[in-house]
Design a protein. Sequence first.
Lengths: 316, 335
Amino acid sequence: MGATEAVVRPGAISPFQASLRVALRRLQVVWVRIRHSRTAMVGLAILIFFIAMAVFAPWLAPYGPIDRVADTSNCVPSVSCPLSPPSAQHPLGISEEGADIYSQVIWGSQISLIVGIFAAMVASVLGTAVGLVSGYLGGWVDEVMMRFNDVVLSVPWLVLMIVVAARIGTIDLLGLILVIGLTGWSITARVIRAQVLSVKERLFVERARMIGSSRSHILLRHIFPNAFPLIFANTILTVAVSILSEAVLAFLGLSIYNTVSWGKVINQAIGGGALVIGGNVWWLVVPGLCLVFLVFGFYLFGFALDEILNPRLRRR
Amino acid sequence: MAQILKVMVRKGINALITIFGIICLNYALLRLMPGDPALSLTPRDPKYQGLAEYNRQLFGFDKPPWEQFVIYLQRTVTLDWGISYRLGLPVFDVLMRDLGWTLLLVGTSTVATIIIGMIIGSIAAQKRGKPFDILSTATGIFLYGMPIFWLGYLLLAVFEKGSIVGHYFTWWPALPSQGYYDDMLGPWSWDGAHLTSAAQHLFLPALTLTLGTLAGISLVMRSSLIDVMTEDFVTTAKAKGLSDSQVLRRHILPSGLPPMVALIALDIAFVIGGAYQVEVVFNYYGIGWETIQAIDNLDFPLLQFIVVVGGVAIVLANLVSDFILLLLDPRIKVT
């Protein structure tokens, strides 16, 4: 290590910084392509809409996520009773517990985005680490890791999440993120491993090996930057999957107790008789549509990125 | 042929290792978490007092960990999985009964998904960039992002007996949304009335699951075929003067299909996850519905082996698709 540092000229940057710079330069190139892809731009617009909703929720929502705006003592019939239908004051009506559903839907965007993004990051970091190491080292390390990956991939993710969540008992934000992230990395690992396997046979990696570069140097400086765009696109698709996972868990009753998410609102809507004739259908439909559009936005953006970044498709 | 056999044996061994891994992971899930496992296997209710002791004996929680593991393995292999609290029946019997109905649901919708998805995908690939392609791709991605439970509720709202639509239009079909078949018919037997009723009860859950998983197949079918369409041998085939349908059947499909088989296998885990939601929405008493009941009633003996049963089902599905893949695509044999 000392010998190499001696010949490096002053002001030189570490391999990690260098690989980061390469990655950033690639992202810049990608941004130009994104601006020319209609699919990506539509996806991005949807994402910006929901991110704005989440960021400005405290100003947009007339009430807090679990504020009671009505109970049987202060209720004015047909306007502000629990289970009231939509009205001018409460555009989506009032829930069984007396909360303003419109406010809940706006606040719900925060949980969906936070859980989705952070769980996807946990899954991506884990999956990338496993994919890089197992793809590059090969041999028995690869064999062991891929067998473990098979196990995680084969256990039905929903059951795994439910069992873990049920064993933890009460669930908080961090717990939810970990449950979704720790059960969702295996597909990422497979995708990254496949990419590493193809990059590692390229000529420049061969050359780096010839001039005596260390394994970690090749991995960080040559292979990681080349896999980075794919990792990025894959993370965005994983966010969509994580958002859906959160919604499914909330729908099954496994949600954070002191706040709302769209899945939880849907759960309460079913409990509050949204499907019964004369029930408040919007209670069920609006949070569901928000989920669908948010996930649609991530998918559009992610698929478009994938098409931009995947060299096999780019040649056409 | 000998080489195919060798690969098959290796895949079989890998599958066994994976199943063993699932069994180990399941052991860790229950034991590594804080708390006395014998107590957490028992509901906190005075009437179950004796059960903690029974479970301690059955799974040997008072013995050292390695001995516990051996006992657990023995129990797992001999299918002696304990008694479900909720039902008072052996866990294995309960799970096998439920698995049958879940497989009926998953099987029906998988077959429908594959057939419809492949047809839509190949039409979209042929009409790339035309309205049909754009419409089907956009609808596909939209459906792909739809939470399956929500889709189920929407269908329920529209088609259920006494639904909102049926309230206004008397000719609207009213489909049952509860259970396997009409309880009025008495216990199950293989006669026309039971079969018709079972099919009616299956329709909405299967439709939900099909719509929810359709896009996964049709989108990949489309991109897989488009990949092949730009290969040189397709251009050659067209240059020879073959008709479009001939090129599709003889040249594009044979090399475009193998990736689909691999995808369908990967998709099965996703479909089973979807089946869980569908079963809860429609009260279809399969493995998923049983899981939720087990959680609500803290029926841990049942819960702990649901992971094993689901995992083994997915491993076997993957293995079968691997074998089909081997027979379909000779190039894979080498790797």
